[in-house]
Design a protein. Structure first.
Length: 368
């Protein structure tokens, strides 16, 4: 090989390396809430299934409140967008239904760490029986580890506290991009340890614990059960995982057929990943890509999915992986509903059915 050719090859290799390095450097966001969103992926023509009329009413109400496409926003702007919970409240007001929190459940916010985001909201039945320890549910909210908080996800822990006569601890955690993966998983496990240590002081039984969560929180519920198993902590009696993030394969069926669904679409999944990951490899970590985790020895699990949701296949493939690992798991996909439907049982019949199903499954585990 001539030196001229070698020099040209070396320069080409160097240019390729620099371009690749630049691409890697730009692959994930900086740790700023004002970091601009990633370039949008190419549009796809797939149209999702039509939601049931009551589900569509919630989505229409969200749009009427001015919801913008989150995948086009910075995190700070995405965090102030109307949510499905806001849409449901708008529908309730239109129907003349009160949107006030159910007074049959009381709440108290307590810190479990030193960061301002490391706190939990403890829900207790107002008429909790004295002297009889209640079961404890540790609940993790959704939002792709970037948006939302315990206020947005109030409906499920409040409902579980009332229907299970349980102490429900809704965990807040640090958000990305300010704190990237694995900060949220670290907080989830730290909060679980804290709950075990303090449950008795709230009237809870630290030996009778359930893990639950929605979306990103559905992932945290399973990942925290794995953490508890591997670190010798009290094992939960049941896991309730609602439309969890569980499979990083972007070619799954639901990520194609629900690519343009609302309120969650496939471009939003990439948007979340851009902000919560430090490198693209993070999304293959078994704490996120749960289908590749060691799932053996986990407690009975209930997985709830929505038909019109890019995460539908995540839940379905997680159930398959769990069965393969010997876990007793039941998974149901509810028709006519979308991501964020769980907790909307006051206005969406599919949500009402899913809530009764899931809470019934948890209640049965607690009874055993």
């Amino acid at each position: 090989m001539s030196s001229k050719v070698a020099s040209g090859s070396w320069k080409a290799l160097l240019a390729t390396t620099l371009m690749t390095g630049a691409a890697v450097a730009l692959a994930q966001s900086p740790q700023s809430v004002n970091a601009p969103p990633p370039p949008p992926p190419p549009p796809v023509a797939a149209q999702p299934a039509r939601p049931a009329a009551d589900m569509q009413a919630v989505l229409d109400a969200m749009m009427a409140l001015g919801a913008k496409p989150i995948e086009q926003l910075t995190p700070v702007k995405a965090r102030i967008q109307p949510t499905a919970a806001d849409g449901a409240k708008a529908v309730m007001r239109k129907q003349g239904v009160s949107t006030a929190p159910d007074p049959a459940v009381t709440t108290q916010d307590l810190a479990y760490g030193s960061d301002p985001m490391q706190y939990a909201r403890v829900y207790r039945p107002a008429a909790a029986p004295a002297g009889a320890p209640m079961p404890v549910v540790v609940y993790y909210h959704g939002g792709g580890w970037v948006i939302a908080d315990v206020n947005v996800y109030d409906a499920t822990p409040r409902l579980m506290a009332k229907q299970l006569n349980a102490v429900v601890v809704s965990v807040e955690y640090r958000h990305a991009p300010e704190a990237k993966f694995p900060a949220q998983h670290d907080d989830a496990s730290a909060a679980y340890r804290w709950v075990l240590q303090n449950a008795a002081s709230w009237g809870g039984d630290p030996a009778k614990v359930v893990l639950a969560g929605e979306s990103a929180g559905g992932n945290l519920a399973v990942a925290t059960a794995i953490y508890a198993r591997d670190n010798g902590l009290t094992q939960p009696l049941h896991i309730l995982s609602v439309y969890p993030i569980a499979n990083s394969d972007m070619g799954l069926p639901s990520k194609r057929d629900s690519a343009n669904a609302k309120p969650l679409n496939t471009p939003m999944l990439k948007w979340f990943g851009y902000y919560y990951s430090t490198t693209p490899a993070d999304q293959q970590d078994p704490r996120i890509n749960l289908v590749k985790a060691n799932l053996r020895g986990l407690p009975p699990t209930t997985i709830v999915n929505a038909q019109i949701d890019p995460l539908r296949s995540d839940g379905e493939t997680l159930a398959q992986a769990m069965r393969g690992a010997g876990v007793r798991v039941e998974q149901r996909t509810f028709p006519g509903v979308t991501h964020e439907f769980f907790g909307l049982g006051k206005v969406v019949r599919g949500a009402y059915d899913a809530e009764n199903y899931a809470i019934g499954r948890v209640k049965a585990s607690l009874a055993k």
